[in-house]
Design a binder for this molecule. Structure first.
Ligand code: ADP
Ligand code: MG
Length: 283
């Protein structure tokens, strides 16, 4: 059976500010979904909430993986259930080498007594770093410490390849990549989708069509104001690339697409930031 990740009417806040205001999304194994949308419309928040970042409060709605409630699981359980997030801003962990981290993460998913031998781990690691054309010293350095922006992003994809998730959420995996790195990352993601067919689904957050030259989406969604406001096929990404978002905002009657409106947009009612927050709190 194909895995299914289902997000229904998801509402979430951070520090008493409502960010997600009712997100609906369903992704099946074998599908590649792309989320686009201007800055500050809740895309990274959605990925963090699905993965279980403790800073967010869930106000309403649900997330399920193959019918199991995800929101009740710890981050660890989510990862073992098959969810993976390549973060927009990966953390640096000095003192932990990249390869130790990867091996621990892989073994945490193995059944007891079934842990990967060092030899098998090295074989897998070598294969994946070669496919990603990564510098050979990167696995042995402290996790992300001193990595360039592009190296961090490639390293997120390395983790994805080794952890073999059911659903991979890639948050702006293309930011900071040079053209060659963009191609390598894009091709590796597409190859994984082809190899694992219905066993893996992707949620790819990006601003740019150029990533979609390599990663071919089945569905493209646009987020504004903490919701998915439009969905379509690859043509939607092409239209956004040429025309931006104004046409869509006009069509939808949206003047400020952000989750937290700017002072400028609120000035007509001359409210300060605090009042603005209050206004949107109960939405
Ligand atoms: P996107 O990824 O679409 O650019 P984000 O999900 O990162 O947007 O952020 C959505 C909104 O939530 C932004 O306006 C951001 O400033 C706001 N936000 C995120 N974290 C906090 C926080 N800790 N306190 C207040 N606002 C926050
Ligand atoms: Mg973001």
């Amino acid at each position: 059976m194909k895995p299914v990740l289902k997000v229904e009417n998801l509402k979430a806040s951070v520090e008493d500010v409502n960010i997600l205001k009712g997100v609906d999304l369903e992704i099946k194994g074998g599908e590649i979904h792309v989320i686009m949308g201007p800055n500050g419309t809740g895309k990274s928040t959605l990925s963090s909430v699905i993965m279980g970042h403790p800073k967010y409060s869930i106000l309403d709605g649900s997330v399920s993986l193959d019918g199991e409630d995800v929101l009740g699981m710890s981050v660890d359980e989510r990862s073992r259930a098959g969810l993976f997030l390549a973060m927009q801003y990966p953390s640096e962990i000095p003192g932990v080498t990249n390869s130790d981290f990867l091996r621990a993460a892989m073994n945490a998913r193995a059944e007891e007594g079934n842990e990967l031998s060092l030899y098998k781990f090295i074989m897998k690691l070598d294969k994946a770093t070669n496919e990603l054309e990564m510098r050979s010293d990167l696995p042995h350095r402290f996790l992300n410490e001193g990595f360039s922006g592009g190296e961090k992003k490639r390293n997120e994809i390395l983790q994805m390849k080794l952890l073999n998730p059911k659903f991979a959420i890639l948050d702006e995996i293309d930011s900071g990549l040079d053209v060659d790195a963009l191609r390598i990352v894009g091709q590796n993601v597409m190859q994984m989708s082809k190899d694992r067919k219905d066993e893996i689904g992707f949620l790819v957050i990006t601003h740019y069509q150029r990533l979609l030259d390599y990663i071919k989406p089945d569905f493209v969604h646009v987020m504004m104001q903490g919701r998915v406001v439009a969905s379509g096929g690859p043509e939607l990404a092409l239209r956004i690339e040429t025309d931006g978002y104004d046409w869509l905002k006009k069509e939808l009657g949206i003047s400020d697409e952000r989750v937290v409106p700017t002072e400028k947009n609120m000035s007509q009612t001359s409210l300060g930031t605090c009042a603005t927050r209050e206004m949107f709190k109960d939405e």
